[in-house]
Design a protein around this ligand. Structure first.
Ligand code: S3P
Length: 449
């Protein structure tokens, strides 16, 4: 079996070809993945509104955190170069973000836009205009605008206040008790950030637990926060003062997931991914792969600035199909595209339900995974809230597209490792949103460097 992967970038136009002759590819070695995207955004944002200096090591240098950095720089926050080993943020103090002279651009990043809105809405008498790329401008913003409006925020957007670009006139907000209909860390964090400047107790509940990086980091910065994990409820008492901290960002389990699946599905593979964040609100991918009988071991578990971390060892094994639904879904929401790839090589039929949120990510990931995996010869059925994936079908060479979605681009490259013939991934540069060095690490683990 000869596999060939062509990664085609649209702009600037270039192609990287990886060729694996002989009996197919095996992944070996030890790697580190870039810093956690969610933690990187939060470290920059809390650092920006804290008093004093925040120092960050291991910041993700992807396009998304760069968008966050640029937005806060435009509001008067001083940052050292993001390439420095330790990035320093000179916090302006809560309520002191300056009115920017131009539109704030969140690029492709939902986290930047939704979390930042909570801060902007609570800066009285300041005016902000915010936008993003075409993907972000089509993603629902009403999920944060509605609760913020209940707090008294003034936000206007296209299509009846649903879509960006948005205009914000900051206000002194009122506290609310908000029962979020979706398990979304972006919604929860937006409201908590708005609550920091709001007099009284602001509470958010969610139907099941989403990632809790905001809660952990807000506490570390000195916010008065009460978390009832069993009730999926968080309360912040405002107004508060945050103090700059030192943060070491662990590797992103969402990026590690590509290597976990690559190692699990390619015969002979044995690799270690070092220093990966294993916060229990993010480890659904480990639970799902272990339920599929993947051979994954957690080595050297430790805690790094308030977040659990471990080295993950994965070896090839025969996978079994599984059922993914319910509370597991928010704990692995970003990993479902790559898990769908794993399911193609499992014995039996895997079903994924309760995952309608995938339709409002960087692209409609249910529709796009169905169409692109089908292109490769897979059997996948699309449902309103998930997928049925039939394991055991041989993948063939074909041209697929990332739809400008980083996780689709990388999922397709990993599927290509087990395809017969040439798989061409169009718009592969999308990976740089969360994993700029993805292709180098792919080549390294495959022994091509
Ligand atoms: C994120 C939360 C998730 C996730 C996104 C990052 C965050 O989105 O999909 O990639 O950093 O808070 P939702 O909160 O919309 O589920």
């Amino acid at each position: 079996m000869t596999a060939r992967i062509e990664l085609i970038d649209a702009a600037p136009h270039q192609t990287l070809t990886l060729e694996f002759p002989g009996d197919g590819v095996t992944l070996q070695g030890r790697v580190r993945v870039p810093g956690d995207k969610s933690i990187s955004h939060r470290a920059l944002m809390l650092g920006a509104i804290a008093q004093g200096e925040t120092r960050i090591q291991g910041l993700l240098l992807g396009e998304d955190p760069r968008s966050t950095a640029a937005c806060f720089q435009a509001m008067g926050v001083t940052l050292s170069p993001l390439e420095d080993e330790w990035v320093t943020v000179q916090g302006v103090g809560l309520g002191n973000l300056q009115e920017p002279t131009d539109v704030l651009d969140a690029g492709n990043s939902g986290t930047t836009l939704r979390l930042m809105l909570g801060l902007l809405a609570s800066h009285p008498d300041r005016y902000f205009a915010v936008t993003g790329d075409s993907s972000l401008r089509s993603r629902p913003m009403d999920r944060v605008i509605k609760p913020l409006a209940q707090m008294g925020a003034e936000i206007w957007g296209r299509q009846n206040n649903r879509l960006a670009p948005l205009a914000v006139r900051g206000q002194a907000l009122k506290p609310i008790y908000y029962q979020s209909p979706v398990a979304s860390a972006q919604v929860k964090s937006c409201i908590l950030l708005a609550g920091l400047m709001t007099d009284g107790a602001t509470t958010v509940t969610e139907p099941s637990r989403s990632r809790d990086h905001s809660e952990r980091m807000l506490r570390a910065f000195g916010a008065d926060l009460v978390v009832d994990a069993d009730a999926c409820r968080v309360t912040v008492q405002g107004p508060t003062t945050l103090t700059g901290q030192t943060i070491v960002v662990p590797g992103d389990i969402s990026s590690a997931a590509f290597w976990l699946v690559a190692g699990a599905i390619t015969p002979g593979s044995d690799l270690v991914i070092e220093h990966v964040g294993i916060n229990p609100t993010r480890t659904g991918i480990l639970d799902a792969l272990q339920a599929m009988e993947a051979d994954i071991a957690l080595e050297n578990p430790r805690t790094v600035t308030g977040e659990p971390v471990a080295d993950l060892r994965v070896r090839h094994s025969r996978l079994k199909a599984t059922v993914l639904s319910g509370d597991l879904i928010p704990r692995m929401i970003d990993e479902i595209p790559i898990l769908a790839v794993a399911a193609l090589f499992a014995e039996g039929t895997t079903t994924i339900t309760d995952a309608a949120e995938l339709r409002v990510k960087e692209c409609d990931r249910i529709a796009v995974m169905t169409s692109q995996l089908t292109q490769l010869g897979a059997r996948v059925d699309e449902h309103p809230d998930g997928l049925t994936i039939y394991g055991g079908t041989r993948l063939m060479g074909a041209t697929v597209d990332s739809y400008n979605d980083h996780r689709i681009a990388m999922s397709m490259a990993i599927a290509a490792l087990r395809a017969q013939g040439t798989v061409t991934v169009q718009r592969a540069e999308a990976a740089a949103v969360s994993y700029p060095s993805f292709r180098q690490t792919l080549a390294q683990l495959c022994g091509l460097l």
